[in-house]
Design a protein around this ligand. Structure first.
Ligand code: FES
Length: 154
């Protein structure tokens, strides 16, 4: 190996070593500082209190039942069946929720009565937004006794 070959080989080796080192440092930085993924907001504005009739209102797009009671106020239950995620239906006459997929039935508090679902329906926090609309926070579970009392104009 003459001098020219030695330096050519040495330069290629250094370049390869540099690329390998830079790749390793890049991987380490990515490992230590992973990308942050913002979750979509789970707080949904659903309308003004006076927009809701007394009793249950089903919000199909949000898969939420909003209940307006003249003494207790507003509460919201997720319509997502805890078994495999079908949308439950509220049967007002029986004051129960039933799931059309596999037959789970829940009482008015969301407790599973029978069927394959072993967990209750989730109740979600209802609050009043600054603009006066009700908002439901899908990320905040509350007990079935929770309700929001507001002065509604109708
Ligand atoms: S998804 Fe509701 S019972 Fe299976």
């Amino acid at each position: 190996m003459d001098r020219r070959q030695f330096f050519t080989c040495s330069t290629s080796g250094m370049a390869l070593l540099f690329i390998t080192g830079a790749t390793a440092v890049g991987a380490l930085v990515r490992f230590l500082y992973p990308g942050v993924y913002d979750e979509p907001p789970q707080r949904l504005k659903i309308g003004y209190p006076g927009d809701f009739a007394f009793g249950p209102t089903f919000l199909a797009e949000e898969k939420i039942y909003v209940f307006r009671d003249d003494t207790k106020g507003f509460s919201a239950a997720s319509a997502v069946c805890p078994h495999l995620g079908c949308t439950v239906q509220y049967v007002g006459n029986d004051r129960q929720f039933s799931c059309p997929c596999h037959g789970s039935v829940f009482d008015a508090t969301g407790k599973a009565l029978y069927g394959p679902a072993s967990r209750p329906l989730e109740w979600l926090e209802v609050t009043l937004a600054k603009d006066g609309q009700l908002q439901v926070d899908g990320g905040r579970k509350v007990p079935d006794s929770y309700s929001l009392r507001v002065q509604a104009s109708s």
